[in-house]
Design a protein around this ligand. Structure first.
Ligand SMILES: NC(=O)C1=CN([C@@H]2O[C@H](COP(=O)(O)OP(=O)(O)OC[C@H]3O[C@@H](n4cnc5c(N)ncnc54)[C@H](OP(=O)(O)O)[C@@H]3O)[C@@H](O)[C@H]2O)C=CC1
Ligand SMILES: O=C(O)C(=O)CO
Length: 331
């Protein structure tokens, strides 16, 4: 039987790089015409692997994928894949860490600068023919202000030297590990929220982190504070954030990611002057997209050839008697 790979969706326009990499297996590639659950479940029935970007790979899709040995995320976060179910079914789940560390750190810094300099209202005013230097509130000086990091993994750490270069003090909670050099440790989330002039989120979306920025977190922040989210929309309770911004309980927010995604066209967050939105694009650049596709498809080739990629998200599955495609070994 020939090898077949389902691509549910793609981060850029076409999966050409994936096709090229998968051609080394002689694989037939099927690109889903839509990402709805029923379509994906139907298409998953006779594939050996699934490559997915933003589509939801639910338990229903995985249950239908009776021959599938591996699910590869074209990205870092795996919150769109039911990893627990994939593990029960013996499928190896992979991701692509670190392909866009600089892009996301740069995008985050750009959002901090744009929000603090009030770029949105200034650009909107000048584009409409104005020349208003009396816009209020005036921009915020960043030198000497505190950047609070929630998440000091790969991307959070990459933001640290960028923030320090513009004179910000960086603080984080240590979660029982040493805080990165040059970063002041604060005792817990309450202190992190209270000290933040800018709070930047760099956590994975998990049951533990979902809604971590809720009404009480927002209430603990200074009225002058800014929130930046380039991680996952689900970390923030969107209705609470919308209310806090509209009521001036915090001063502004810049969001590359939202819940839901995209926000409805008439959503209140789209119209607030103290909000900057970008369409989940922080990862994207010519370099990162090429790396991303190559590594994601390479992970599939690795598993289907029997050698274990370095970025397995569910290593427990390797001990499972139900592991599909036995004989996968460390390459
Ligand atoms: N907007 C975009 O285009 C992109 C968004 N992302 C998002 O950014 C997220 C972070 O990426 P990256 O830095 O590479 O991931 P990492 O896994 O390197 O870092 C995540 C960090 O979050 C920490 N963490 C997890 N749970 C908690 C918690 N409950 N409280 C405090 N810290 C916690 C982890 O700590 P520990 O190790 O101790 O568990 C780890 O240090 C991704 O999961 C993804 O969702 C990623 C790429 C692009
Ligand atoms: O890599 C990620 O996790 C992203 O959010 C972009 O797909």
């Amino acid at each position: 039987m020939s090898i077949k790979v389902l691509i549910t969706d793609h981060p850029a326009s076409t999966p050409d790089v994936e096709r090229e990499v998968l051609s080394t297996l002689g694989a037939e590639v099927v690109v889903a015409p839509s990402t709805d659950e029923a379509t994906l479940a139907e298409l998953a029935g006779d594939v050996d692997a699934i490559i997915t970007c933003f589509a939801k790979v639910t338990d229903r899709v995985l249950d239908a994928a009776v021959r599938c040995r591996t699910v590869a995320r074209t990205g870092v976060g795996v919150d769109n894949i039911d990893v627990a179910r994939a593990t029960q079914l013996g499928m190896i789940v992979t991701n692509v860490p670190e392909y866009c560390t600089d892009e996301v750190a740069d995008h985050t810094l750009m959002l901090i600068l744009a929000l603090s300099r009030r770029l949105g209202p200034l650009v909107a005013d000048t584009a409409a023919g104005g020349w208003d230097r009396n816009l209020t509130p005036v921009p915020m000086r960043l030198r000497g202000k505190t950047l609070a990091l929630l998440g000091t993994g790969t991307i959070g750490r990459a933001l640290i030297p960028r923030a320090q270069a513009i004179g910000m003090d960086v603080v984080a909670c240590n979660r029982g590990r040493a805080t990165p050099p040059g970063v002041r440790s604060v005792p817990g989330l309450a202190a992190l929220f209270a000290e933040a002039d800018v709070l930047s989120l760099h956590l994975p979306l998990t049951p533990e982190t979902e809604g971590i920025i809720d009404r009480s977190a927002l209430a603990a922040m200074k009225p002058s504070a800014l929130l930046v989210n380039t991680a996952r929309g689900g970390l923030v309770d969107t209705p609470s954030l919308t209310e806090a911004l509209a009521a001036g309980e915090i001063a502004g927010a810049a969001l590359d990611v939202t819940e839901p995604e995209p926000l409805p066209a008439a959503h209140r967050l789209r119209g607030l002057p103290n909000v900057l939105l970008t369409p989940h694009i922080a990862f994207s650049s010519d370099g990162s997209l090429a790396d991303l596709s190559r590594f994601a498809a390479g992970n599939v080739v690795g598993v289907l050839r029997g050698s274990l990629p370095s970025s397995v998200v569910n290593p427990d599955v390797l001990e499972s008697p139900g592991l599909r495609g036995k004989g996968v070994t460390h390459s």
